[in-house]
Design a protein around this ligand. Structure first.
Ligand code: ZN
Length: 337
């Protein structure tokens, strides 16, 4: 009896109610990904990432998402089972009280076995007006894997709007679309208005605004269940930037030998993205409103807990000191400045 009371007293003094709240507010949020079957999807998410997926061709892993088409839940801890959109509303302090009615980012892994359709996204202003108040979509890609002669479609060759309309109308896709060679480790920023497409064999980690608004420009005249997929030519022509930016404006070749530090890949209005290549250890203070991390290679220890390829988590506001050891590659992100 005495001992029980003693234990109780110790527990009460060690974890008074307020501290308990503090403790849960400081927990790492480990996220359960959501998978999407796609006609163009490959099998790397099951075979190489070891995700338990009950079907073939899982083209997309929505790793950290609060979008209504895929709202991820927390895997463990005080918030186990809660969705990210729910936490964003109920516990804004976890995310540094960031002002936005929706969780602002979406992290995806895309495994393309075949070429994806040629697409373009609107900006916030156009999407708000024409897509029921949705966000526009700015996105960026870190190339996780690519075959030897890999290329992406980024931008186009039309000199003005008239030429763009003519080339689209006449189906001069070879002339119009700009194919750009890429390799594993490249990083690409896709601003709204940029014509783009992922080609077969490429695997990327995408950091994007929390939006699902895509206009399909061209689908290689393919059929899905006997019918061509819907195209959005008028909206595409409204939003495509003419002329396109020079290709150097899009691609960042990540540096070698930048180990054991946070290598900033991009800082734009919507997000900041870093690459961490760790072969020993890294220590830093989590000073961002929140920090999303996706482990894309290897394994290690984060503040005493084992983490491995395929784990996705959020370090909350005021998390404090972060220590990661091991042989590990991480893509991290937070909101823009
Ligand atoms: Zn896109």
């Amino acid at each position: 009896m005495f001992r029980e009371n003693f234990v109780k007293d110790v527990e009460n003094s060690r974890y008074p109610k307020e501290d308990n709240n503090k403790k849960s507010a400081n927990e790492i949020l480990y996220i359960t990904p959501i998978f999407k079957q796609m006609i163009w999807g490959g099998n790397r998410l099951a075979n190489e990432w070891k995700y338990d997926i009950p079907y073939e061709n899982a083209g997309e892993c929505w790793a950290v998402s609060a979008h209504p088409n895929g709202d991820c839940v927390v895997k463990e801890g005080s918030y186990a089972g809660k969705s990210l959109s729910q936490l964003w509303k109920e516990k804004p302090e976890i995310f540094g009280n960031t002002v936005s009615d929706k969780f602002p980012l979406l992290i995806k892994i895309i495994d393309a076995n075949a070429d994806l359709s040629i697409q373009v996204h609107p900006d916030d202003e156009y999407a708000k007006k024409n897509e029921n108040g949705s966000f526009g979509k700015t996105e960026c890609w870190y190339i996780l894997d690519a075959p030897a002669d890999a290329a992406l479609i980024i931008g186009h060759n039309a000199r003005d709007k008239k030429e763009l309309e003519e080339m689209i109308h006449d189906g001069k896709w070879d002339q119009l679309l700009r194919e750009v060679p890429v390799k594993k480790g490249d990083f690409i920023q896709i601003d709204p208005g940029t014509v783009h497409a992922i080609k077969g064999g490429i695997e990327i980690l995408e950091t994007q605004q929390n939006s699902d608004i895509t206009y399909r420009v061209y689908d290689y005249d393919r059929l899905e269940e006997g019918k061509p997929r819907e195209l959005h030519i008028d909206k595409s022509m409204d939003v495509i930037t003419v002329p396109a930016k020079p290709v150097e404006g899009y691609i960042i070749h990540t540096a070698q030998n930048e180990t054991n530090k946070m290598q900033l890949l991009i800082s734009c209005k919507y997000y900041r993205v870093w690459k961490l290549d760790i072969d020993k250890s890294i220590s830093f203070t989590q000073k961002y409103p929140f920090l999303i991390m996706s482990i894309t290679e290897g394994k290690g220890i984060l503040n005493g807990r084992p983490v491995k390829k395929g784990d996705h988590f959020i370090l909350p506001n005021n998390f404090g000191n972060v220590n990661i050891q091991g042989n590990i590659e991480i893509i991290a992100s937070t909101i823009g400045k």
